[in-house]
Design a protein around this ligand. Structure first.
Ligand code: ZN
Length: 210
């Protein structure tokens, strides 16, 4: 571009000189001079435009370099993140394997607990029925208590009356009934035994006093 303009300008100058040499008219000279000036100013404009474009080009090159280095940075960051991702994925795999192991362990523990509970069931039942029996005995023997007493204080005194108080009955020398009253049925010198003993010996309760 620059060279072309310079050549054009040279041509023009030569023409101008040639014109001068052959006794050119003043009008022609003025016209040529004006054209030359306008071309000169156009040339300067174009040159400054070129300079501007060149500096813009330099800026763009710089920007490109910056972007390329940025790109390199991002690529290395990407590589780092990808390796991190790989690590996390393997960690995740490990954790889910652990989870599976733990949950299968939990299932086996649950099974064990269930079978243990099954084994315990008869014992629990026995303990419960014993407790119920004790309750019944206690309520039968104890005088009515205030309702507010706690279950613990109710159950504790059970053992003692059971040991101390055994219902006594009278059995006759002959006969098959046991009596609450020693003078029932005109018994003569009856024997006092515990009610359980009387039943064990085959006596049944007298219908009059029981
Ligand atoms: Zn009787």
């Amino acid at each position: 571009m620059k060279k072309k303009l310079a050549a054009l300008f040279l041509c023009f100058l030569m023409l101008l000189l040639a014109g001068c040499g052959s006794g050119i008219k003043q009008e022609d000279y003025d016209a040529l001079k004006a054209t030359s000036d306008s071309l000169q100013s156009e040339k300067e404009m174009l040159e400054s435009e070129i300079t501007a474009l060149q500096s813009e080009h330099g800026d763009l090159l710089n920007e490109n370099t910056t972007l390329q280095s940025e790109n390199t940075g991002l690529q290395s960051e990407n590589a780092t993140l990808q390796s991190e991702n790989t690590d996390l994925q393997s960690e995740k795999k490990q954790l889910s394997a652990d989870l599976q192991t733990k949950s299968s362990e939990l299932v086996s523990v649950k099974d064990k607990y269930a079978s243990y509970k099954k084994k315990m069931k008869p014992y629990e039942k026995a303990a419960k029925s014993e407790a119920n029996q004790n309750d019944e005995k206690a309520t039968a023997k104890s005088t009515p208590e205030p309702e507010t007493s706690a279950p613990e204080t109710e159950t504790q005194p059970e053992a003692e009356p059971q040991m101390e108080y055994v219902e006594q009955v009278w059995i006759p020398n002959s006969g098959s009934k046991y009596h609450r009253d020693s003078s029932c049925s005109n018994m003569k010198s009856p024997t006092q035994v515990s009610i359980s003993e009387a039943e064990r010996m085959g006596y049944t309760p007298c219908k009059r006093c029981y």
